[in-house]
Every structure is written in structure tokens, then in C-alpha cells.
Design a protein around this ligand. Structure first.
Ligand SMILES: [Zn+2]
Length: 385
């Protein structure tokens, strides 16, 4: 996949993986190693995480996280997957032989710079199943007063639930890969792999009316290992986009739930919102096109170290090869949720802070004036109506 694939042999990668991972042993499927997951702590370890030294790729079927050997190294040493400091330490520790080759690779990457990847959407058969699931979960939520009240405490109204297709999945269930239009795959016991649909709130992202990515906010007390926001298998890593494509002002946040809240509050002013759904996810070509032509981009990634690192980076040695929001887009600037309130926009409603006020305070004055005029027009229209 990445660096380790370019400068090492599969045998070297396997040896390093065995050093880094715990309970590491050959998996049933030839060529793979199974181990405890380095990306989350498991209540009942084993059988979920696999690393393939040949392809330099690891994946956890329990938490849905994965990456190459460098990402695994970063996770084991307590870093985010693409931490550049971890990359450097990995090189210093393991790449002595390949140092020459590596220098070549770094300068090649610098020459190329960062380029967005084309949006790879899930197969249409996955989209059909996902749509069925989303429609059913939405109907379930619309009839559940208690869950609607919970969403409202997060600031999300029934109107947004209806318009955006937010749902509730009442029971953690498993569906076979092939039933969701994915290629057949076997688990370590020789059974067909399943897509897990955890109990919780269902937040779908659509492109051209078809779900392409779904996160579930897990609410199953029997599944304490799951990350808070679980991405359903087969989802595409495209950004969640809400609002008019032609909007000139955009807010970028981490979770799809926050992007939906922002859509609810800001789309009347013509402001778009997008969620990366994972702090190190980068814009696809569609999102890049929108961002390139935007007049102003508010980067509101979480108010934490990972959010800061992805907003800005300061490593002169790989200045041009890495992506950061504020360096990629000249019209982007980082806007934090004050630490006393929380770490993301989703924390604002609970603290009694208006999302609109928070947003307006972070917008350049000339754009704020325009948005305020627009707001006045809307109010005027409502009063006349
Ligand atoms: Zn895991």
C-alpha cells in the first residue's frame, strides 16, 4: 500500500508486523496474519484484525479501521494513522536498508504534490440494499418519540431527520456480503463474511439519490468495542456533502452528524457543509472541485491534536507531498469550537450556543455582511408570509 510496500520485502514486513502486533499468528487464509486489533481495544480479542504482508494492508472487521504497516506502527505508538512524525520514526527504525530508495520516493512525492483521488462509489447493488436499509431505519425513527427527542438534544430537528433520511436501527444485525452486493469473502472460520449493522442512529450520505456512505452512531451496550461512529462496510470514502453544489461558502467538519446539524442551520443562507467522516480522509475529486471554486472554507475539524495536524502541518521535509486543509486551499481558515464548550460543532447545542452565532463569528467580515443581508431577506419574507 504505502512506504513499506515500496522499500521492503514481504518477509521484512511480516517480521515487523509480528513485532508490533500482539497475539500475531498465521491466519487460516494463506499469507495473512491475524492479531489483536491495533486500532481499538477489544473486549473479546482475536478473529477480527488481519494483516496481509504481501499487499501491506491490514483491516479490522470489528471496528472497520485499517491501513498499511506505517499506520499500524502509528496506532501502536499512540498516533493518528498518517502522523508524519510516526512516518519519520518508522523510517529511522526499520528502513535503514531502503534509505536510499526512500529518499528517492520522498523527492518524487514532493515533485508530484498531493492530488485528489477520483470518487470510487460502491456497486449499484450495494446502493440498492443500503437504500432499503436507510428508508426502513428512517421510518422507524420517525415513529420513535424518544429517539427524536435524543436527536433534538443534539440540536437536530424532525425536519432534518425527514429531509436527510436519518434513521434508527434498533438491533445489531449481520448481513452476508453477497446479500449486499459485495464480492464473496470468507472469515477465518471458513464462513461468509458479514456486514455489521450496529444498533444506533443511521446517518446516510447520498450522491445522485443513492446512498454511497453510511455511518452509524453506535448505541449497543453489548458492543462496547465499536467506535462511536461506525462506517458500514462497502461505504465509499467520499466526503459527505450537504447543500447546493454551487454554494460559495462551505464548512468542513469530522462527523456526518455535525455536517447535518450545520446543513439544518446554515443551508437557508446558502452555506454548504461537508464531513470527512474520519479526520485523515481527504477530498475526492468531486469535493475538490467544489472547494476549489469556493469563496470561503471554514475548517472546523475537531478541537484536538489530530484536528490541528490535519488543518495545518509544519514539516518542511515533506512540505509539498502532504495534504492539509489550510495549505491546500488559500481561502480556508480553521475555526474552533471553544475548548470550554467542547471539541466539535455538535457540542454547541448542548451548551446553549447558537450554531449560527458560532459560525458567523468565524466568517470574514465582507462575507458575514452578505450572509446577514440574506438572513434579513429571509426573515422579511417570513414576516410578510
Ligand atoms: Zn479494530
Amino acid at each position: 500500500m504505502g512506504l513499506a510496500l515500496d522499500v521492503m520485502s514481504a518477509a521484512e514486513r511480516e517480521q515487523i508486523a509480528r513485532e508490533l502486533l500482539t497475539e500475531c499468528k498465521p491466519a487460516r487464509k494463506a499469507g495473512k496474519l491475524s492479531a489483536n486489533c491495533p486500532f481499538h481495544s477489544e473486549g473479546t480479542p482475536g478473529n477480527a484484525f488481519f494483516y496481509n504482508p504481501e499487499e501491506d494492508y491490514g483491516y479490522c472487521f470489528s471496528c472497520g479501521q485499517g491501513g498499511d504497516l506505517v499506520s499500524i506502527f502509528n496506532a501502536v505508538t499512540g498516533r493518528v494513522p498518517d502522523d508524519p512524525e510516526g512516518f519519520k520514526e518508522f523510517v529511522a527504525r526499520y528502513c535503514k536498508e531502503g534509505a536510499e530508495k526512500l529518499r528517492g520516493q520522498i523527492s518524487r512525492r514532493e515533485a508530484q504534490g498531493w492530488t485528489p483521488k477520483k470518487a470510487e462509489l460502491p456497486p449499484a447493488s450495494w446502493g440498492d440494499k443500503a437504500l432499503e436499509f436507510v428508508v426502513q431505519a428512517n421510518a422507524e425513527l420517525m415513529n420513535d418519540e424518544e429517539r427524536l427527542a435524543q436527536l433534538l438534544r443534539w440540536g437536530i430537528t424532525e425536519g432534518a431527520v425527514r429531509e436527510l433520511g436519518i434513521g434508527w436501527n434498533d438491533e445489531t444485525t449481520f448481513r452476508k456480503f453477497t446479500h449486499w452486493g459485495l464480492p464473496y469473502e470468507e472469515n477465518d472460520k471458513g464462513n461468509e463474511r458479514c456486514i455489521m449493522l450496529p444498533r444506533g442512529f443511521v446517518f446516510p450520505g447520498f450522491r445522485r439519490g443513492v446512498p454511497v456512505r453510511i455511518h452509524i452512531r453506535c448505541e449497543d451496550p453489548d458492543m462496547p468495542d465499536l467506535p462511536r461512529y461506525f462506517q458500514i462496510m462497502g461505504s465509499s470514502n467520499v466526503l459527505y456533502l450537504f447543500g447546493e453544489r454551487k454554494a460559495s461558502v462551505w464548512v468542513v467538519v469530522e462527523t456526518v452528524r455535525d455536517a447535518m446539524l450545520l446543513w439544518q442551520e446554515l443551508s437557508p443562507l446558502g452555506v454548504g457543509s461537508m464531513a470527512v467522516g474520519g479526520v485523515s480522509v481527504r477530498p475526492d475529486t468531486d469535493a475538490e472541485r467544489i472547494l476549489r471554486s469556493a469563496e470561503f472554507i471554514m475548517v472546523a475539524l475537531d478541537n484536538d491534536d489530530a484536528g490541528a495536524r490535519n488543518s495545518w502541518h509544519f514539516e518542511p521535509w515533506n512540505e509539498r507531498s502532504r495534504f492539509s486543509w489550510c495549505q491546500r486551499y488559500a481561502q480556508a481558515s480553521r475555526w474552533l469550537v471553544p475548548a470550554g464548550i467542547g471539541k466539535d460543532a455538535g457540542d454547541l447545542p448542548g451548551a446553549g450556543v447558537s450554531v449560527l452565532d458560532w459560525f458567523m463569528a468565524g466568517v470574514p467580515a465582507h462575507i458575514r455582511r452578505r450572509l446577514l443581508r440574506r438572513q434579513e431577506e429571509i426573515r422579511g419574507g417570513q414576516n410578510r408570509g
